[in-house]
Design a protein around this ligand. Structure first.
Ligand code: NAI
Length: 431
């Protein structure tokens, strides 16, 4: 039999290393492992052909293998040119999954990789989409609309991708039902917050080895990612400032003890700049002109347009190492730009730890099962998973952290108007 060659990764010989780290991650991903245990024998995803576009990390490898254990066929690419962990991609390729991803793709290679996943040998075509950021969904809609006829739905991982889906639904251009995984409480209030709390400073440290304590840092945006990022920097000893446009988030930041300022105030004062808005043109070329020598500039939002990197293109770039550049201004001042303005925690470090990704990805698997088995009950709109599934995802992660849940008595449940087994909150509750 011909050797399996339906993949492209950096170095297939990294597979053993990847496999060892996958084994460690599995122990930290109780939600995914519980789904394998609960549904593995029933194969609820039998017949599903999932095209996935999400950072090809060790944690994603555990997601892919969970989807397979539930019966799905998979083709995969990464949703960012710098986020692939080559040993994870190698291990997945070695297990026979077509994966097209390596760390340090060019833009052209990135789109080439995504395209390799959309069709495959022997007429393989997808019937489910799993996306992070919306690039794959958009490509399927613009270039392969005929394939969408067989697609039962898309589940979307992140804030930015969800924004794009709601926009399509509003314009009537969304051609399949979509599940917004990001707005499961056990995703955005955990991954975006606690994930970034661990992985932001990790990325800055691996990129620069700079002393964090005592530095002045600015976080642009105090949403879920901004909240985790600000904590990450504060925990490392930085003095943290926040910029916001939303008065509620600005007030939250102030009441957490952060200085709420504007970029005009902060540009020449801070040592470290982190954009976390999901919006464009947050750190402008004018801001960067005013920064101190060797100020560190990075972005933890989904797309690189948060920083006006294009405006730096005609300046002198000095590459320090992969994903770390110094950009020299005409007066000789340099700023340090991490991951060319792309997701710093995945470009300069290894993204969020396994445990928090288990919560996110358990939602992903539940969403894929729902779309596959019940797509008939959904319109071409955007949905969130019901609260009882959100609570289930959280419950699956309690034992691992030694948390013991209190049980409501019948009288107590009646008194606050909920069932003893949940859901425990109304849809209006914001956590
Ligand atoms: P969010 O909507 O909760 O927060 C964004 C915040 O930025 C909002 O509070 C908004 O008011 C603020 N904002 C918007 N424009 C601004 C401006 N011009 N100046 C200052 N603040 C402004 O969104 P979330 O969940 O925090 O996500 C932010 C980005 O991070 C998205 O692109 C998302 O996809 C991405 N993300 C990245 C992760 C990572 O691991 N790097 C993990 C999860 C999300």
């Amino acid at each position: 039999m011909a050797e399996f060659a339906d993949y492209k990764v950096k170095d297939i010989s990294l597979a053993d290393w990847g496999r060892k780290e996958i084994a460690i991650a599995e122990v930290e991903m109780p939600g995914l492992m519980a789904l394998r245990e609960e549904f593995g024998a029933k194969k609820p995803l039998a017949g599903a052909r999932i095209v996935g576009c999400l950072h090809m990390t060790i944690q994603t490898a555990v997601l892919i293998e969970t989807l397979r254990a539930l019966g799905a066929e998979i083709r995969w690419s990464s949703c960012n040119i710098f986020s692939t962990q080559d040993h994870a991609a190698a291990a997945i390729a070695a297990s026979g999954v077509p994966v097209f991803a390596w760390k340090g793709e060019t833009e052209e290679e990135y789109w080439w990789c995504v395209e390799q996943t959309i069709t495959g040998p022997n007429g393989w075509k997808p019937n489910l989409i799993l996306d992070d950021g919306g690039d794959l969904t958009q490509l399927m809609h613009s270039k392969y609309p005929e394939l969408l006829e067989d697609v039962r739905g898309v589940s979307e991982e992140t804030t930015t991708g969800v924004l794009r889906l709601y926009d399509m639904a509003k314009k009537g251009t969304l051609k399949v039902p979509a599940i917004n995984v990001n707005d499961s409480v056990t995703k955005s209030k955990f991954d975006n917050v606690y994930g970034c709390r661990e992985s932001l400073v990790d990325g800055i440290r691996r990129g620069t080895d700079v002393m964090m304590a005592g530095k002045v840092a600015v976080v642009n945006g105090y949403g879920d990612v901004g909240k985790g990022s600000a904590q990450s920097l504060r925990n490392a000893g930085c003095r943290v400032m926040v910029t916001e446009v939303d008065p509620i988030c600005a007030l939250q930041a102030a009441m957490e003890g952060y200085d709420v300022v504007t970029m005009d105030d902060a540009a020449d004062r801070a040592d470290i700049f982190v954009s976390a808005t999901g919006n464009r043109d947050i750190i402008t070329i004018d801001h960067m002109r005013r920064m101190k020598d060797r100020a560190i500039v990075c972005n933890i939002g989904h797309f690189d347009n948060e920083i006006q990197v294009d405006g730096l293109k005609n300046l002198k770039w000095h590459n320090v190492k992969p994903q770390v550049d110094e950009i020299e201004f005409p007066d000789g001042k340099r700023i340090i730009l991490l991951s060319e303005g792309r997701l710093v925690n995945l470009g300069n470090a290894t993204g969020h730890p396994s445990f928090v990704m288990s919560a996110s990805f358990t939602n992903q698997v539940l969403a894929q099962m729902e779309l596959w088995n019940n797509s008939g009950s959904y319109e071409k709109q955007v949905y969130v998973l019901p609260r009882h599934l959100d609570e289930k995802v959280a419950a699956l992660h309690l034992a691992k952290v030694g948390a013991k849940l209190t049980k409501l008595t019948k009288e107590q449940a009646d008194y606050i108007g909920v069932a003893t087994e949940g859901p425990f909150k109304s849809d209006a509750y914001r956590y």
